[in-house]
Unconditional design. Sequence first.
Length: 218
Amino acid sequence: MRARALILLGAPGAGKGTQARGLAQHFGIAHISTGDILRHAVSARTPLGLAAQREMEAGHLVPDRIVNGLVRERLAQPDAARGFVLDGFPRTLAQARYLDRLLRAQGWGRPLVLNLRTDEDILRKRMTGRRTCPVCGEIYNIYFNPPQNDAMCDRECAKLIHRADDHEEVVGQRLAAYEAQTKPLIEYYSRRKLLHHIDGNGKPESVARELYSFLRDP
Ligand SMILES: [Zn+2]
């Protein structure tokens, strides 16, 4: 794969973070996750990091101006020169337009946008079925990877935990919010013929195989 700008889109539960990490490793490109950049900028106390921290402490979303600036700084780092996969950016149409200008200015041209398309039923099961061991950190799924004994870790550490974020009602809200937020982005990239759908329903290894073979021959 020649060096290029990749954008990975996918609903909560689609395995976007896992696939982005895998892509970066497989092709030797940078994994650029907005969550990571934000955490790093806050802990390094950079000017944008401090500005982001003020917004978050006030209970606000970090505004586009700050997120865009953080992404611009990150793309300027040497490891991004061999190509990169963006994970968590852009989230809004304004961010997508900014990114277009930035990529053009930096000579990347048009990005390749990969959408992990996953059935809602599977997304729900992946999230609502998740159970975590509070002691060893092992993650189970009551549908796809159940513990041997109902509510206990297989290593007999402790009772498994069902995180508040993974409860049915919260999951429904997160999926609806994602759908509403991402629809304009999907339309934007689709209109410009930059959007490619990848089947996200399978196991992580098979989704990864499909991604890699698509990227070798897009
Ligand atoms: Zn355990």
